[in-house]
Design a protein around this ligand. Sequence first.
Ligand SMILES: [Zn+2]
Length: 376
Amino acid sequence: MTVTVTKSHIVVAQNASGRNMNVPVYRLTAGRPGPKVYIQSSIHGAEVQGNVVIYHLLQKLKHLAVYGEVILVPNCNPIGTNIKAGEYTLGRFDPVNGTNWNRGYFYDEARVLDFASTVKPGTSVEQIKTRFRAYWREAIEQKLASPLGLGLAQQLNLQLQRLAVDADYVLDLHNGPVSARHIYIPENARSAAYCFNIEHCIFIPNVFAGALDEATFCPWWTLQSALEESFEHPPSFGIEAMTLEMGSQEVVKFDEGEQDAISILTYLNQRGVLNENHFQPKPMRRVGVELTNYKTLYTDFGGMVEYCAQPGSAVNKGEPLARVLNIDELDNDAATFTVTAPCDVIPILHFPSASVLSGTQLYKVFTQYYTLTENQ
Ligand SMILES: [Zn+2]
């Protein structure tokens, strides 16, 4: 059975000229039963590498035996990608309302618990999944139809979430500022850490803060927890959603994108979307951290900064992270100073500019991290 690729477009916004702004939606299936996968990229407009990853995914999936359906939505925020200021893309916030483009997805715990109270013992997992998906789609539709309207980012988010609502596996492709590759994995899907070829893994709890991954796994996780209290043999839904940070923003690397695509295919292979022996997780070092130990290092100074630490490389307590120049003190010993690691850390990303104000997020670092797999 060959894979067919169907392309359609959804309207996610309208510009001031009244013109529709579209997003392409590629659906790949070979007509075999199987899971549904939803992958989007560039909800933050400067984070463009995911589009290359999706390009490679599409090229490779066309020639593979796909089970179920894969939905690919590249450049899912056509507004964000086009907001430029000088050389840079201001892709993180909706410029009209100031909201983060990745914080307007829908979740309502009370509605999940309402649903849970209607599930009768003996209902099959598939029946619960089918009914809950219809229920959740209706909740998203109702939110979209809010009589007083919604902000630009939220409208965009909800239309994308509607596309993803039936998916078993949801991957949201992002980039850090200057960043090593890392992945956010829900704690109830820890095994996924061993399925990608990504070294740095952050495990996150069942807490909703507005992002797509949370909006996908929180309802199912909460439903499962609620049913565990009342069912003797609680169902396991197996819905997984993750945010993958594919290196640095404002960067496109085709060759690295191909490796990222292989990493995703490796995960999909473990989840039954493919049945290909050659997509096996690489024997490599993998490091885990709980979200509470993924810390932001803010500056209490302003100045010009050299970033001494390479994202992804461990820095021991007391070793240098950054060297700072203060141009108001050039004539004395305070002209330069060094920022050192307050404890053993792995810097994962740093601020992209060398000039910083006080209160800048200089680095985000793993603390109290641990080894998941060794480099063999
Ligand atoms: Zn992002």
